[in-house]
Design a protein around this ligand. Structure first.
Ligand code: ATP
Length: 343
């Protein structure tokens, strides 16, 4: 698949309106290929939600986004150009944000809600849309999709609502589906099932998925590539198996140590990373992670690290633990090389 088929986000920055406000998110670059799943991880306050809201044109009113998104075969769209961005929403890009119930209208049967969007945008006739809704609901594990379409949201369990919303996301056969903790309300077993179904459906229709999640175990299982954010910046990115097997940033390493992964057989109990992500106005000098980093050296307190790039792997750390000798500082990387800190 050519690179130009990927969904791209470049130079994404989010700030509160007004002078001299620190960036809440800065310089985020993402690329996701058709049919692939890109996971965004990081603790509370890392900037994950604002990143996806900015690329959807759904930032809170007090915030402003800069940067560009590019859909397959299209000219880039400036994220400040909300009319253009929102014209893509529901067609080229769909989303399920944190609580699925809030995405459903309590007064309407769910079938109508799923079908009307694509009929309204004239992507399909009502009959075609109904047929597709039934197919997708079946795909999402409903044995009797027709009956489900007759239900009102209050008649759905949390797991059912989740699967209905995800089926709705796939209705227009979008290029990209964006998910913010899509399965957080579900129990572990249902969560894995839902993600398996979603993954399969997305692969079949060549839909790219960008998914925020706290659970690294799930990310390891379902994502192809992973981006790790800290205080509004990408600190590491790469192919998921590489990042999980050999994290190059101490923050990624700490996140993995805190997750319940099987690899950590020697770990007796779940660890936590001491401290919290600094608020944007309280970032320390140097590397923003350094006060919490067990590998920090004096340079880390004085100088903000530029990302080091090795192939499609990047890490923003003064002491990156990347394999092989040929690490290249992003500042030195030649034109056309991978973006620093981006994915
Ligand atoms: N409307 C807003 N106005 C000002 N600051 C905001 C606003 N929304 C979020 N922030 C700040 O931006 C930073 C990033 O927030 P964001 O919600 O993107 O984090 P997150 O990684 O999604 O966290 P979580 O996992 O808790 O959802 C945080 O410091 C947060 O306090």
């Amino acid at each position: 698949m050519p690179e130009s088929d990927n969904f791209h986000v470049s130079g994404l920055t989010v700030r509160a309106a007004g002078p001299d406000r620190p960036a809440l998110v800065s310089g985020v670059e993402l690329t996701v290929a058709p049919g692939q799943l890109l996971g965004i991880v990081g603790e509370t306050g890392a900037g994950k939600t604002l990143t996806i809201r900015a690329m959807l044109g759904l930032l809170p009113a007090n915030l402003r986004g800069q940067g560009r998104v590019r859909f397959r075969g299209r000219e880039p769209i400036d994220v400040a150009d909300l009319p253009r961005l929102r014209a893509a929403l529901g067609r080229r890009i769909t989303c399920a944000l944190q609580n699925p119930m809030t995405m459903l209208d309590p007064r309407q049967r769910v079938g109508r809600q799923i079908v009307e969007g694509v009929v309204h945008t004239r992507l399909l006739t009502r009959r075609e849309a109904r047929e597709r809704a039934h197919r997708l609901l079946a795909r999402m594990g409903f044995r009797d999709p027709e009956r489900v379409t007759q239900l009102y949201p209050h008649q759905l369990s949390g797991g059912m609502a989740q699967r209905v919303v995800l089926a709705g996301c796939l209705m227009p056969e979008p290029e990209v589906v964006v998910l913010d903790e899509p399965t957080s309300a579900l129990d572990a077993q249902v969560r894995v099932e839902v993600l398996e179904l979603l993954r399969e459906a997305a692969t079949d229709s060549n839909t790219a998925i960008v998914m925020i999640g706290h659970d690294l175990t799930l990310m390891r299982q379902f994502s192809d590539r992973i981006v790790v954010m800290y205080s509004g910046e990408i600190v590491e990115r790469g192919a998921t198996p590489d990042v999980i097997r050999a994290p190059a940033h101490p923050y990624t390493e700490a996140l993995i140590a805190c997750s319940a992964m099987d690899d950590s057989q020697h770990r007796q109990r779940l660890a936590t990373i001491p401290g919290t992500v600094p608020a944007p106005s309280e970032r320390p000098s140097g590397c923003w992670f350094h006060p919490r980093c067990r590998h920090a050296v004096p340079r880390c307190a004085g100088e903000h690290p530029s990302p080091t790039v090795l192939g499609d792997r990047a890490v923003a750390c003064h002491l990156p633990r990347l394999p092989g000798p040929a690490t290249v500082s992003a500042a030195d990387a030649s034109k056309g090389a991978h973006h620093a800190g981006g994915d």
